[in-house]
Design a protein around this ligand. Structure first.
Ligand code: SF4
Ligand code: SF4
Length: 397
């Protein structure tokens, strides 16, 4: 082992073990020891390109300029994506869960969200109000709660939280994202437990789309209010996110990223949906939290074992696009969605944190890692492989 300092934009203190990765601020340090040679690679963390998002890719129709451009740059994905596009739509006829009366609840939400998403940006009141930063922090959190937010935090935005380019809509395809607000307000709504426990049946998707609708509306109210006070603000909501919500949520202390690639909160596990408002209004950031989830996920792995798409890594973290994380196979996950007709959601309901773990036990994970196995055992004793409710809800009748 050896210690040294490396300096460019940041002073970095590195402890060398063999063949390890280290992440400091926005840099990734990769260290390999080959015989007596130490190789150090320093990379800036890569911003995710929204054009690579599964939902963006599914919008590229044959014959369009997006289709031609994207698959010229990614020929390896062309056959996979062509094949996926041939499958029935989410909530569509031909999917396993299709119901001509109930499936349209999903589309009704998405159509509504699509109609309002153009309101995510708007005019700023020319009269700028003086604000007390601490009082405003409190007021924004209160307002979000009044409108239905269950968790809320504030952080300073980093460039890598924003997508590098837009990809969801033809009119914005390939546009670089250059405007960065300094602060992010991120909020989560809990998804109904008894709906999610019916995953992958329709109630799971009904709860999920309701979550998108709820955070979309909360974000609208917050962003309209901030602009009313004379500061710029933008609502990031379904179909119109410029920033990656789980990254912002981690920074604002709402939770940590789990093996499933989802934000895991102490209160509701991954059973939440997230919205963001970014703004230039001065605010005070909340800190990140570390309740020992990384260690917990190493031991647990329940989501990887029960995922029908085998999309969640069963092994250790790997370096993916400059980030050390558990690998997710987006294509295989999405294939299940298109065949089921819902967004599956089994990984939302089979996480012990989703079903509720006493806070005093969570708070002991870091100091007493033995408790992890007790929590997993209690969960398995109660739910077996995974919790599931098979009876129908009244809304399905
Ligand atoms: S949504 Fe379903 S298929 Fe996708 S990762 Fe979760 S459990 Fe696997
Ligand atoms: S199911 Fe287990 S491994 Fe997966 S995210 Fe939850 S705690 Fe982590």
């Amino acid at each position: 082992m050896m210690n040294f300092f490396w300096k460019e934009n940041h002073m970095i203190y590195v402890k060398i073990h063999y063949n390890r990765y280290y992440i400091f601020k926005d840099l990734v340090i990769m260290i390999k020891l080959i015989e007596k040679l130490i190789i150090i690679e320093v990379k800036k963390l890569k911003r995710f390109d929204e054009r690579d998002h599964m939902f963006s890719r599914m919008n590229y129709k044959k014959g369009t300029k997006e289709y031609e451009d994207y698959y010229k740059r990614h020929p390896e994905l062309k056959n996979i994506d062509d094949d996926l596009r041939e499958m029935p739509e989410l909530g569509g006829e031909g999917t396993v869960t299709f119901s001509n009366i109930n499936s349209p609840i999903i589309n009704a939400n998405f159509r509504f969200l699509s109609d309002i998403k153009e309101l995510s940006e708007g005019n700023i009141n020319e009269v700028k109000q003086e604000i007390d930063v601490e009082k405003m922090n409190f007021k924004l959190k209160e307002l979000a709660q009044i409108y239905g937010s269950d968790l809320i935090g504030i952080c300073e935005m980093k460039e890598e939280f924003y997508y590098s380019h837009r990809g969801r809509e033809s009119k914005h395809y390939g546009n670089k994202i250059k405007k960065f607000h300094k602060y992010g307000i991120v909020f989560a709504v809990e998804l109904k437990k008894d709906f999610i426990m019916r995953a992958p049946q329709l109630p799971e998707a009904i709860a999920t789309v309701k979550g998108y609708t709820d955070v979309g509306i909360i974000g609208m109210i917050l962003s309209y209010y901030i602009r009313e006070l004379g500061y710029d603000a933008r609502n990031h909501m379904d179909g119109n996110y410029l920033a990656i919500a789980p990254l912002v949520a981690v920074e604002a202390g709402l939770g940590e990223l789990g093996r499933s690639g989802l934000l895991v909160t102490k209160e509701f596990g991954p059973r939440v949906r997230l919205g963001i408002v970014t703004t230039d209004m001065p605010l005070t950031p909340d800190g990140k939290i570390d309740f020992g989830l990384q260690k917990f996920c190493e031991e647990c792995g329940l989501c990887a074992r029960t995922c029908p798409g085998k999309s969640i890594s069963k092994t250790s973290k790997e370096m993916v696009d400059g980030v050390l994380r558990w690998k997710i196979n987006m294509e295989e996950c999405y294939r299940r969605w298109r065949s089921l007709g819902t967004d599956c959601g089994i990984c939302l309901c089979n996480c012990p944190f989703s079903m509720g773990i006493e806070i005093n036990k969570i708070d002991r994970i870091k100091t007493n890692p033995e408790i992890i196995n007790d929590i997993i055992k209690e969960y398995k004793d109660e739910y077996g492989v995974r919790p599931i409710i098979r009876t129908k809800l009244p809304i399905e009748e």
